[in-house]
Design a protein around this ligand. Structure first.
Ligand code: NAD
Length: 423
């Protein structure tokens, strides 16, 4: 099958590379010239395990990146993977979806054969039917019998994106008509996973509800963790006992400094906004966000209990990415923690194995170190904010500190004297 993918970020690039690996001929369209150039040279603009290898195996063969929409007409299926960032009121900004739909419509104007447009971006319920469909049909000057529409949400986890694409828990295909859904289903041939066929709006809601539920599990564990900390008991022991219940499962029960990443905060906020518009009061979802906003300050409180005045003190921050195995710092809990430290006059020495450069764009004022040892040298305190496995091996490096105050916001260290945020 010939597939065009619009938007070459985390979702678009991973999908393009993996569809190429499944044997399809793929055109990846992105408006960012530098990104397109890098991809065509076999360089991945993002760090994602296994992606570079797959990319260089297919680029120039059955995968090509371009800034133009001209070649889209020669494909059978177009997947929209552009961003849907939050607006100030929490709702999803659908302007990139709209402009991509306009450009896709224009490109399909002269096409005679049936074409399918599928939305992979996370969009609020009703967007595919009420925005994408009319925009594409208007600009292509076609009737709905000539273009089929699908909502095919993506569930990949950054850091494990290639693996999640190739071995998903499920593939959700919401479609406007049977043929459109069949076309998308056949693009996934070769992947062994349950297929959920549904309507457009249900598919959009499945994605929002999934992310909201995962975020709820984390905020729930953090709240239980805050109580456990007061009780002097280990929340990880508690959650192990909880997670063995097959109705609950052990996943996403790790208490810590809160969830980050491009999706949870934005998608829960968008769902809150959407519910309010539908005149439903999202009591639980609002609390999920509130717990997550308070959690980073807990680690600062613990630090202040150990060092009363942090003005002028060197604080090593280990871990900047929102999770390990990625260089993505979007909504990372390290951002509010570092801002609070800087606001209180601390000298932050930060280190992340992958995310120093992406964090430098957001917080240029702090020191970035080449290693954990460099950050720890002469530090008055250390905060661990990402669960990078290499932090689990730190031992003698802590002896480089001026005073040994070690606090972890993620359970990863092996030294015995670190204090946990909720343990
Ligand atoms: P991203 O910001 O990394 O990438 C979006 C890309 O689209 C950018 O490269 C941008 O240049 C490009 N773009 C914007 N407008 C364009 C246009 N008109 N034509 C062509 N390209 C255009 O975003 P992402 O993280 O890949 O997320 C994309 C969508 O997928 C979002 O809705 C997100 O919520 C959803 N999603 C993301 C993840 C994730 O882990 N990142 C997981 C599941 C779903």
């Amino acid at each position: 099958m010939r597939i065009s993918i619009v938007g070459g970020g985390y979702v678009g690039l991973v999908s393009a590379t993996c569809f190429a690996d499944l044997g399809h001929s793929v055109i990846l369209i992105d408006i960012d010239e530098d990104k397109v150039e890098a991809i065509n040279c076999g360089m991945s603009p993002i760090y994602e395990r296994g992606l570079m290898e797959l990319l260089s195996a297919h680029v120039g063969r059955n995968l090509l990146a371009t800034t133009g929409y001209e070649d889209l007409v020669s494909t059978d299926l177009t997947l929209i993977c552009v961003g849907t960032p939050p607006l100030p009121d929490g709702s999803a900004d659908l302007s990139m979806i709209e402009s991509a739909s306009t450009l896709i419509g224009n490109s399909l104007e002269d096409k005679e054969k049936y074409h399918v447009v599928a939305v992979k971006s996370t969009v609020s319920p009703g967007t595919t039917q009420n925005l994408v469909m009319p925009t594409v049909l208007k600009h292509s000057d076609k009737s709905a019998s000539k273009i089929g529409f699908v909502m095919n949400p993506e569930f990949l986890r950054e850091g494990l994106a290639v693996q999640d694409f190739m071995k998903p828990d499920r593939i959700v295909i919401g479609s406007s008509d049977e043929l459109a859904g069949d076309t998308v289903e056949s693009a996934y041939r070769g992947i062994d996973a349950p297929i959920v066929r549904t309507g457009l709006i249900a598919a959009e809601m499945i994605k929002y509800a999934s992310n909201a539920f995962l975020a709820t599990k984390i905020s729930f564990s953090n709240e239980i963790g805050n109580v456990c900390k007061k009780l002097g008991i280990d929340v990880y022991e508690v959650m192990k006992g909880v997670g063995l219940d097959h109705r609950i499962t052990p996943y996403f029960l790790n208490a810590g400094v809160g969830f980050g990443g491009s999706c949870f905060q934005k998608d829960v906020s968008a769902l809150i906004h959407f519910a309010e518009r539908m005149e439903v009061t999202p009591v639980l979802l609002r609390s999920v966000i509130e717990v997550n906003e308070q959690q980073p300050m807990k680690i600062v409180e613990i630090l202040l209990k150990n060092i009363e005045y942090i003005n002028g003190k060197r604080v090593a921050v280990l871990g900047l990415a929102f999770k390990n195995d990625t260089d993505d710092v979007r909504e990372s809990r390290a951002v509010p923690v570092i801002k609070e430290l800087v606001g209180r006059g601390a000298l932050v020495a930060a280190y992340d194995p992958k995310a120093n450069e992406s964090m430098r764009e957001i917080l240029p004022e702090i020191e970035y170190c080449k290693s954990a040892s460099q950050a720890l040298t002469d530090a008055d305190a250390c905060l661990v904010l990402t669960e990078w496995p290499e932090f689990g091996d730190l031992d003698k490096e802590f002896e480089l500190m001026r005073s040994r105050v070690i606090i972890e916001g993620r359970r990863i260290l092996s030294c015995k004297d670190a204090e946990g945020i909720c343990w």
